[in-house]
Design a protein around this ligand. Structure first.
Ligand SMILES: Cc1cc2nc3c(=O)[nH]c(=O)nc-3n(C[C@H](O)[C@H](O)[C@H](O)COP(=O)(O)OP(=O)(O)OC[C@H]3O[C@@H](n4cnc5c(N)ncnc54)[C@H](O)[C@@H]3O)c2cc1C
Length: 406
């Protein structure tokens, strides 16, 4: 066993949130203890478990005598299953699936779709090509349609629009929701709208009844308009689904897709210098703070990882990093998919700048600091030793990959 302390911020949050359905499972329940006068005390509230529909169940068969369940709490507590046997209508969602997984923007969109679907409608997610996602059920997907085929690989907006049109003909959804993002959804949504000759609502951040509000005027104004069928929604347009589980029933297209000759040829991704990517657009940021003691090693690690460098204000003020690398309230607000914070305490001004990052990794000596509370993965230890180990791990991984390829 390694002595690295691993924390799960989501579990800690659920343990604090008494209204969350998994709250009880996260409590260290003490079922019996010896009182001060030597009498054995039992906690009658600790008996039983929460059933799949959220109601507390007590097993009187004797299996739980003494309040000790043989099954672990995590195994028996499941979110209530939301089923839609015969959907009255569909709300179709086309997630970006960056890296084959649902992004936080995709999850917000699915949360919005669930609101629009209510109890009668079903949320149908349309995914192109292979994916690695295993959490569609808890993200709110009732039906899943995977459009497979090499024609959808890479940058293929024409083929994708053709696929979406076939889905539209078959399911005739009440609404189409796409992320208004730079990861593909924004462009695909606009192309799809043009092909359907429909006017989409763009950069939507709120839907109220039959009206939606989107950003306009270079982000300076709000534009309210009647809710159209096609909605391109901004990140944080709704809360992601967190209290129900969904069926994720697979559905298929009843027609085979007609192949047409695409006019766009994808010549593949172009390698770019990570340092030349503007901070606001960087996908992978490696950020250093006051806890970085060896800046040469820091730069070496960022180069080995191929990450864009960022910094806390203290690192900038101390002259270790350029001003345009500062992340935070008085620096740049970043939207990276992965943000690694090395020796950064997590002051509120810094955390404001990384609010939209997908996954945060913290490397820090202090297990109680705010950056560790914010992080999805934490490594507690001295930064120089961890950076050195990281460089070695990357080199070993690359050598292994080269050996496999040879
Ligand atoms: C108006 C205003 C605006 C501001 N705007 C910003 C902003 O945009 N961006 C910003 O970042 N800050 C901003 N700040 C400053 C902010 O409040 C913090 O002071 C700053 O973010 C702290 O930087 P830090 O985390 O690098 O340093 P510290 O707070 O000193 O934290 C250093 C961290 O490194 C850890 N550490 C120490 N040694 C090691 C080691 N050897 N290995 C591993 N970990 C180690 C420590 O445990 C600690 O958590 C602003 C402040 C004000 C007042």
């Amino acid at each position: 066993m390694s002595d690295i302390i691993r924390r799960d911020p989501r579990a800690e949050w659920i343990a604090r949130n008494r209204l969350h359905p998994l709250h009880a499972a996260m409590q260290p329940v003490q079922h019996s203890w010896m009182g001060p006068n030597g009498i054995l005390r039992k906690n009658v509230h600790g008996v039983g478990f929460i059933g799949p529909n959220g109601i507390k169940r007590i097993d009187r068969s004797g299996a739980q005598q003494g309040g000790v369940s043989k099954r672990t709490a995590a195994a028996e507590v499941q979110l209530p299953l939301h089923q839609v046997a015969a959907p009255a209508f569909y709300i179709n969602v086309v997630p970006d699936m960056v890296g084959g997984r649902l992004s936080s923007h995709d999850r917000d969109l699915l949360g919005l779709a669930r609101q629009l679907a209510g109890s009668d409608g079903a949320v149908l997610a349309v995914v192109f090509g292979e994916h690695k996602e295993s959490a569609f059920a808890t993200a709110g997907v009732d039906r899943l349609l995977v459009l497979e085929g090499h024609e959808f690989d890479g940058y293929s907006p024409e083929q994708r629009v053709q696929g979406l049109r076939a889905v539209d003909n078959q399911f005739n959804p009440r609404h189409w929701l796409l992320p208004d993002s730079r990861s593909g959804g924004g462009e695909l949504g606009r192309r799809f709208a043009a092909s359907l000759k429909e006017r989409p609502a763009t950069r939507v951040w709120q839907i109220k009844g039959q009206e939606c509000i989107g950003r306009a005027g270079a982000g300076q104004e709000d534009l309210a308009r009647p809710l159209p069928r096609l909605i391109l929604a901004a990140a944080e347009c709704a809360d992601p689904v967190s209290e129900t589980r969904h069926e994720v029933l697979p559905v298929e297209l009843s027609t085979t897709l007609a192949r047409s000759l695409p006019r766009i040829e994808d010549l593949g991704a172009v390698a770019v210098d990570p340092a030349a990517i503007p901070m606001a657009e960087a996908e992978f940021i490696f950020s250093g703070g006051n806890g970085v003691k060896d800046w040469a090693l820091f730069h070496q690690t960022a180069a080995a990882l191929g990450a864009t460098e960022g910094a806390s204000r203290v690192a900038v003020d101390d002259g270790f990093m350029a001003r345009d690398r500062q992340v935070g309230a008085s620096g740049t607000w970043v939207t990276a998919r992965v943000y690694v914070a090395v020796g950064i305490s997590g002051a509120i001004q810094h955390l404001q700048g990384i609010g939209a990052c997908d996954k945060v990794v913290a490397i820090n000596l202090d297990p109680g600091c705010d950056m560790i509370k914010r992080a999805d993965l934490s490594v507690i230890g001295e930064s120089a030793a961890i950076l050195q180990a990281l460089i070695e791990a990357v080199a070993a991984y690359r050598n292994g990959a080269k050996r496999d390829a040879a």
